[in-house]
Design a protein around this ligand. Sequence first.
Ligand code: SAH
Length: 502
Amino acid sequence: MPTLEPRPGRVFLVGAGPGDPDLITLKGRRALLSADLILFDHLAGAELPATAEHIYVGKKRADHSMPQSAIIALMIARARAGQTVVRLKGGDPFLFGRGGEEAEALAAAGVRFEVIPGVTAPLGIAAYTGVPLTHRDLTSTVTFVTGHEPARIDWSAVAAAGTIVVYMGLTTLADVAQRLMAAGRDASTPAMAVRWATRPDQQVIAAPLGELAARVAEAGMKPPATIVIGAVVSLREQLHWLTRERPLAGQRVVITRAADQADSLTALLREAGAEPVLLPMISIGEPDDTTALDEALLRLSRYDWLIFTSVNGVKWFTRRVTALGVDIRRWPARVAAIGPETARYASFNGLVRLDLVPERFDAEGLAEAFENFEMQGRRVLLARGAEGRDVVPETLRARGAQVDVVEVYRNRIPEDAPAQAAQVFAAHKPHWIAFTSSSTVKNLLTVIDRAQLDGVRLASIGPATSETMRKHGLTVDAEADPHTAEGLAAAMVSVGSRRKAD
Ligand code: SAH
């Protein structure tokens, strides 16, 4: 009977693709899932499975976390110890990725290895900027070259190609452009520099070859970026699908909503190309004192109406109902919710039928919707947060109803809000801040300096939030209508995608 050999280790040299984590191959993904150890570098954007050990091995220009010889020695040692090692590299391992050297070392050491290709940066750039690298009418040659050490390249040979792609060419761009023009390339040749291609923060600067270096310097663009030069760059004007399909591409949008409520807005913003940044300005919890709520709950069947004005109202109300073991048959005759999100949430929670959802999703809309009902002498329980507007109770009282307003939850500023806000604003100034309630406005202003909002566009979920913003001297750049996550995302998209002039 054959005996089982100890499992021999091996190394996969895997291309992670240019940045968008979905641009890894299926085979590369499978290798990651089988790995014991993943050695990844700065440009490898793939998601790393938690099943493996991860080691960051560099390298940005300035920070060489681990010398190449040490990376190679580590791969060999772990493979010899029987591990499956993935060496994950940005783009493709065999294009300017030193994958060749690593494979040579593995071969020389007698370690089994496989190479899994990846989408190299220029192909990501081509797709995500709308610049085909070849085109029947424009060029049938393309050259990939490194700008790392321009003096070592024969630029007259490079200049002859229709399309020229320069990796690592940002810091030497002025020199490279000079050399290409000296070799006969026209200063008016269309060209562009693309940074962090395929990621949400992809940045493109396009200008004729003779001007590109100056434009890049003006904009302060930093590596990693790749330069594309040639007539094909002009096709971008027609083919830039990304900016059309993802109108908020590259925009950082701060979401101030409580973290557990931000999912739908986050997903919608991602779909529009934005980079959502969570900065919860409220955390929601029980009221300091639940006596009033508990009393109302124990007499629930005496009410004719129960009104919810927010998802949180439903959530904390039902929690308390469960905690007290209130009999579900004691529900009031009728239940109303302020808008579709609250209603959806209420039905998810198995709260009996909803009898009333207004056409306009705000307090005025709700008050108006009650016009079709006799309210004289009716008992109403309004379940809401500590601070709320008085439109609904006042309107209903004026019509003869007896309204009990009870606090079912309380908004508080999360303890780590100041630190988190400092971090978000220190990184890069956001393009947008989305306010989803008056409390998010007030709370943010207690943790940041108003001057930090200069140049940032501000979006509001509806008129009440907008009013609070104006009261605090803020400008409302976009207001949702309807007053939902969908409405909020749509309002930001329609206002446009450019950063407000500073
Ligand atoms: N093996 C990689 C290249 C590594 S060299 C590949 O096949 O793509 C590093 C250079 O790649 C950077 O200086 C930059 O020129 C380019 N690069 C990598 N990722 C990039 C990205 N997302 N956007 C623009 N350029 C990128």
